[in-house]
Write a new protein. Sequence first.
Length: 296
Amino acid sequence: MLVALYRTPQASHQAGVVHKTPPELMRGLLAVWMRWFPLRTTVFAGDGGFASHELAGFVSRHPNRLTLVSKFPPQAVLHDRPPQRMPGQSGRPRVVGKRLPNPQEVVASSNKRRRLTVKWYGGGTRRIEVVSGVGHWYRQGQGLVPVRWVYVRDLTGDHRDEYFFSTEIRMSVKRIVETFVGRWDIEVTFEEMREHLGLETTRGRCRNTVLRVEPCLFGLYSLIVYWFVHLPRRNRETIHVVWVGKTSLTFSDALASVRYNAWDDYLFQQPHQNRPYEKLTAHKKNTILKALALAP
C-alpha cells in the first residue's frame, strides 16, 4: 500500500512544512514505486487532478518505466519539436518548434472522426466518436512533454465530451480511453471504503493517526475482497443488502458474507460441549447470523 498524507496549504503553513499538491505527492510515490520495482513498466491513470504538466514531465523523463494517462486541457499549448541546430548556427537554441492548433481547435475543424466500441464505466461497452493528435505540451520554464491527446464523444449515452492524453505517443486511442475508464473501479473502492470502513472520517485527523489508520483500511478492504472470493460458492451468491433496482453483488454484500461466515465458524462450527445454542433451530441460527453480519 502506497499512501501519502495530503495537507491543505493552511495546514502545511501551520506545520511549518512545504506544501505539496496531489501531483507533487504522486511524483514522490511513483519515484518510490520505481525504486521498489526496477524491472516493471507502469501505466498510471489519474483523474483531472493529476493532469499536471509537471507530473507529465516527470513521467516523460522515464519513458521506459512510466506512462501517464489522464484528462487533458482542451486549450493546452502544443508545439512541434524544436528544429535541429545547423552547423555554425549562432544564438540561443530554440526551445519549441512550430505552434500547433490546440485540441479544441482541431476538433472544431475536423471532418475525420473515427468510431470505436470501447469498454466503459460499470463493466459495459459504449460506442464513441474520437479525434486524436500528437504534439508537445509546453509550459514556460518547464519544457516540452510529448503527448497523444484524444477527444471522446459518447454516441451510446449522454456522457459529457472528454479530452484525455497519454505520455506514450504510440499508445492506441482505444487503450488510452479504456485505461482512463478503468479508473472507475478505483472510484468505487474509495466510495465503498468511506461508506463501510470509515475512510476519511473525522475521528482521526492528526498526522500519525492518518498515516497508521488509512493504510490499514486499504489493507482491510483487500482482505475482505480476498476472503469473499475464496468463500464456498453457495456463500458468494447471496445479496444481503437490498435496494430497489439492485441486481448484482456489491462490497456491502461481500462484507456481510465474510461476517456471516466468520460468525458461523466462531459460534456454531467449533466443537463445544453443553452449550445452549446447540439446541437452536437452523432458522434461528440463520436469523442470529444475519443480524450480526449486517450490524453497523
